[in-house]
Design a protein around this ligand. Structure first.
Ligand code: MLT
Ligand code: MN
Ligand code: ZN
Length: 300
């Protein structure tokens, strides 16, 4: 299974359009520090690609990678659809950008699907333009392609009950809001866990990570105090639904035991890892951990 990292930034991207913080200013001055919104593409069977989360950068993310380009027929696209880890705006605003397509598969938990329909009104708004084909993700692995050539199985592990702000008052289940996505290629045996938001390190997540060849997880904040210190909110990283990289609840200590390759993604613009010269980058590398590179290819 081929994977392509399409972006590694939290909501807003790096730089964020209305932000002059040191991280955003640094990315304006040094374009190599820029990060698109966190997203991934994977090939479920030859020539069939799925985007994991549909970001506001979706169009540019497709253009940046030839394997996602249309052709040879004028309106043939290898992009079959989108797999969602949650219903947050930074992971769903790209769905309307796919409206020129004839039909798009949307893989999500039943709760996330309801958020798209009842909260964002996506089915109602997009039905005059295109067809959204909803497919459920749950704890049991299911094959993504019916064709014999397809061998990627998909499943999800719950990592948080945190709702997007727009969905706070909706009458929807408490479960199924944020998941870690698990992909398993039966042909190669390769497996991936992708979790750009992790509020809770559950035994199920621990087990999935212990079995994965590659893990790409929430690196939104370096430490728990980072959002408050930067004046984002008075609450901690953990309270925002993102376990920090370091500290008592830090994910770095857990990942150093993981057998597979581990990368961080979904970096907020306040994260000191955005400055390649920072001490934090040295500390992370010493622990054998890395931030995923924009555009990197992974073969599993
Ligand atoms: C998150 O990752 O917590 C959300 O995307 C926050 C947001 O952009 O509203
Ligand atoms: Mn986000
Ligand atoms: Zn900023």
């Amino acid at each position: 299974m081929r994977l392509r990292v399409l972006g590694t930034a939290a909501g807003g991207g790096l730089p964020q359009w209305n932000c002059a913080c040191p991280g955003c200013a640094g990315a304006r001055a040094h374009p190599e520090r820029r990060r698109r919104h966190a997203s991934l593409a994977f090939e479920s069977s030859p020539g069939r690609w799925y985007l994991v989360n549909a970001t506001p950068d979706l169009g540019e993310q497709i253009e940046a990678h030839p394997e996602l380009h249309p052709g040879p027929a004028r309106r043939h696209t290898p992009v079959r659809g989108v797999v969602l880890t949650d219903a947050e705006l930074d992971h769903t605003l790209g769905i309307p950008r796919l409206r020129e397509g004839r039909a798009t598969e949307i893989w999500a938990t039943p709760t996330v699907r309801r958020a798209l329909t009842d909260g964002l009104g996506l089915d109602r708004v997009l039905s005059p333009y295109t067809e959204l084909r909803h497919l459920p993700i749950g704890s049991q692995p299911v094959p993504m392609d019916r064709a014999e050539s397809g061998s990627v199985e998909i499943s999800a592990v719950a990592v948080s009950g945190k709702r997007p702000r727009y969905a706070r008052t909706l009458d929807l289940p408490e479960r199924g809001w944020v998941t870690a996505l698990c992909l398993h290629d039966r042909a190669t045996g390769g497996s991936l866990v992708y979790a750009p938001a992790v509020a809770e390190w559950t035994p199920e997540l621990d087990k999935a990570i212990a079995e994965a060849d590659c893990v790409i997880v929430d690196g939104t904040f370096w430490d728990d105090d980072e959002p408050a210190r930067n004046g984002l909110t008075p609450t901690s990283s953990t309270a925002m639904g993102h376990l920090p990289i370091t500290g008592p609840e830090g994910t770095a200590d857990r990942l150093t035991d993981a057998p597979g390759r581990c990368y961080y993604t979904h970096l907020n613009n306040t994260n000191p890892l955005n400055d390649p010269a920072s001490e934090e980058n040295r500390v992370l590398a010493q622990a054998g951990l890395h931030v995923a590179l924009e555009g990197m290819e992974i073969e599993l």
